[in-house]
Design a protein around this ligand. Structure first.
Ligand SMILES: *Cc1c(COP(=O)(O)O)cnc(C)c1O
Length: 389
């Protein structure tokens, strides 16, 4: 079986976790702060708050920006449901902006049109959550420009994108956003088993996320409401959660982070191989990149243009039958039964077209050249079969 994504674990990763298991602290020791420091210095951002997963990171990010009842938040429909659920946890309303068919990210043209209409009806979003699909950055310069014009905040769902760059800077630098979030789930670029992080340059946002991930408790006297009773004293000043990442996970994260650039480099080599092997396939659209982008290539998404009855579904089933565990990223969120009653698929023509054509092919650092060839042969075979007869 060839999966679509897979973690890369080496002996150093294993030893670092064992070392923490034998130390004084399994959680809330010195390792998570060290991981956070290394993450922020890698991305070139001031603050990092590690949490249990990216879904919680998105939830806390919305709370830190004051999202609540009566607010509206917009995101991309071509994402994992967590990009929208974080808004619902806060009691706010979600809406979607159609994607661009070149990048598969939120269309800035659709965003601008929707903002113009929303400003007339008084329904502007409080926050927009652009999603860097497959690790390719959204057009953040344009989104930032619109955020200034229309007064919304930005949370980057960069779950796919650690190691990717935009205009020479690492995604996560928050140069064009208030907060960026990474996921460390095993299928993502680097892993802590489960895990995520909120990155920001704003110390007020950081303080809020930091206390919300640990029950809303503060231990610094400057942040307290009352005078301290003594050195045992702490105060709960918000309703927070226990969303802390433990030190075993952070030890793994520290080691994985060291290999981020090399993981992304291997992914680029795989992309070049796929691109080359698909050069002659006229029914396949391969991913592209703009000059100022450096995708992390979390996913290698092809689009299958239907020809002689050979469409995405035929190729998908053929791959699965032959043991290639491909996937679709994603079913548009507005199609999920939890959301669908509020939306009309006709409002999202590009997302619909994308959803009917996309397949994510296997991509991970240890994927071998023969396996890439095997996958491409299966994709190309049904079409060739048709051509012969
Ligand atoms: C994986 C993913 C998430 C959720 O990440 P978890 O760490 O599993 O909670 C959110 N958004 C996107 C785009 C993702 O791919």
């Amino acid at each position: 079986m060839i999966p679509y994504g897979k973690q890369n674990i080496n002996q150093e990763d294993i030893s670092s976790v064992i070392e923490v298991m034998q130390s004084d602290y399994l959680t809330q020791g010195p390792i998570t702060p060290k991981f956070e420091k290394e993450l922020s210095s890698y991305c070139g951002v001031k603050h990092a708050a590690a949490v249990v997963n990216a879904s919680s990171a998105l939830h806390l990010s919305c709370l830190a920006l004051g999202v609540g009842k009566g607010d509206i938040v917009w995101t991309s429909p071509i994402s994992f449901v967590a990009s929208a659920n974080c808004v619902k946890y806060c009691g706010a309303k979600v809406d979607f902006v159609d994607i661009d068919l070149e990048t598969y990210n939120i269309s800035t043209q659709a965003l601008e049109n929707k903002l113009l209409n929303a400003s007339k009806s008084g329904e502007l979003p409080k926050v927009v959550i652009p999603v860097h699909l497959a690790g390719r950055s959204c057009d953040m310069k344009k989104i930032k420009e619109l955020s200034i014009k229309y007064g919304f905040k930005i949370i980057e769902d960069a779950s796919h994108a650690i190691g990717g760059k935009y205009y020479g800077e690492y995604i996560g630098s928050c140069s064009y956003s208030d907060i960026a979030v990474f996921s460390f789930h095993p299928v993502k670029i680097i892993t802590t088993c489960e895990g995520g992080v909120c990155l920001t340059n704003d110390s007020n946002i950081y303080d809020k996320i930091y206390r919300l991930r640990s029950h809303g408790i503060v231990r610094n006297e400057k942040q307290m409401v009352n005078k301290s009773h003594g050195s045992w004293y702490y105060e709960q000043i918000d309703l927070g959660f226990n969303f802390r990442l433990n030190d075993l996970q952070s030890a793994l994260g520290i080691n994985q982070l060291k290999r981020t650039d090399s993981f992304v480099k291997s992914r680029h080599a795989i992309v070049r191989k796929y691109d080359e092997l698909f050069k002659e396939s006229q029914n396949i659209i391969t991913p592209n990149q703009n000059i100022n982008e450096h995708s992390s290539f979390h996913l290698y998404i092809i689009r299958v243009i239907e020809k002689d009855g050979i469409d995405r579904k035929v190729i998908f089933e053929k791959l699965r039958n032959e043991g290639v565990y491909v996937n679709i990223h994603y079913i548009p969120i507005y199609r999920q039964p939890y959301y669908s009653k509020e939306f009309d698929i006709k409002d999202f023509p590009n997302s619909e077209k994308y959803y009917s054509e996309a397949i994510s092919l296997p991509i991970y650092p240890s994927l071998k050249e023969e396996q890439i060839k095997e996958v491409v042969d299966i994709v190309n075979k049904p079409a060739n079969f048709q051509n012969i007869f």
